[in-house]
Design a protein around this ligand. Structure first.
Ligand code: HEM
Length: 137
């Protein structure tokens, strides 16, 4: 992965971190708007959604931090992908989640969500999801 991509993603993620709970809420709002059939895959209830949002943000934070050392990240993503099969996640869902993620970053970063930042995140999410999908289906 190009070092410019890694830097853009890591720097922009730093700006999202302080608003992580709000970002998680925006994310799930967008996700279920894009595909309401995904809702039953997740535990219901406000507390459960909060926990889930935290998990997503924590994992993204770890992934973003780990981008500089992709080799160590790959087995973690492979295991994560395999666990997602048990959550009834299908390969096509990854595109929907990617769209919700980019939409969330756009909402959270405002003017800082430049075309370069968008492209960098699309590339990173694409890499992460490919590793998860290829290990699992
Ligand atoms: C790069 C992509 C993704 C990342 C980093 C990610 C991250 C996570 C993490 C960290 C967990 C906590 C459980 C565990 O570690 O096994 C989780 C659970 C889950 N994820 Fe993902 N995920 C991704 C993609 C997706 C996609 C595409 C879907 C499809 C809708 C999805 C749906 C779920 C569901 C349903 C759970 C379990 C919820 C529960 O029962 O608590 N995830 N995800």
């Amino acid at each position: 992965m190009e070092s410019k991509t890694v830097t853009l993603v890591q720097e922009s993620f730093e700006k999202v971190k302080p608003i992580a709970p709000a970002a998680a809420e925006i994310f799930y709002g967008k996700l279920f708007e894009l595909d309401p059939s995904l809702r039953p895959l997740f535990p219901s209830g406000e507390e459960a959604m909060k926990t889930q949002g935290n998990k997503l943000m924590t994992m993204l934070a770890a992934a973003v931090a780990g981008l500089s050392n992709l080799e160590a990240l790959v087995p973690v993503l492979q295991d994560l992908g395999k666990r997602h099969v048990a959550y009834k996640v299908e390969p096509s869902h990854y595109d929907t989640v990617g769209a919700a993620l980019l939409g969330t970053l756009e909402a959270g970063l405002g003017d800082d969500f430049t075309p370069d930042v968008k492209e960098a995140w699309a590339s990173v999410y694409g890499t992460m999801s490919s590793v998860m999908i290829e290990a699992s289906y």
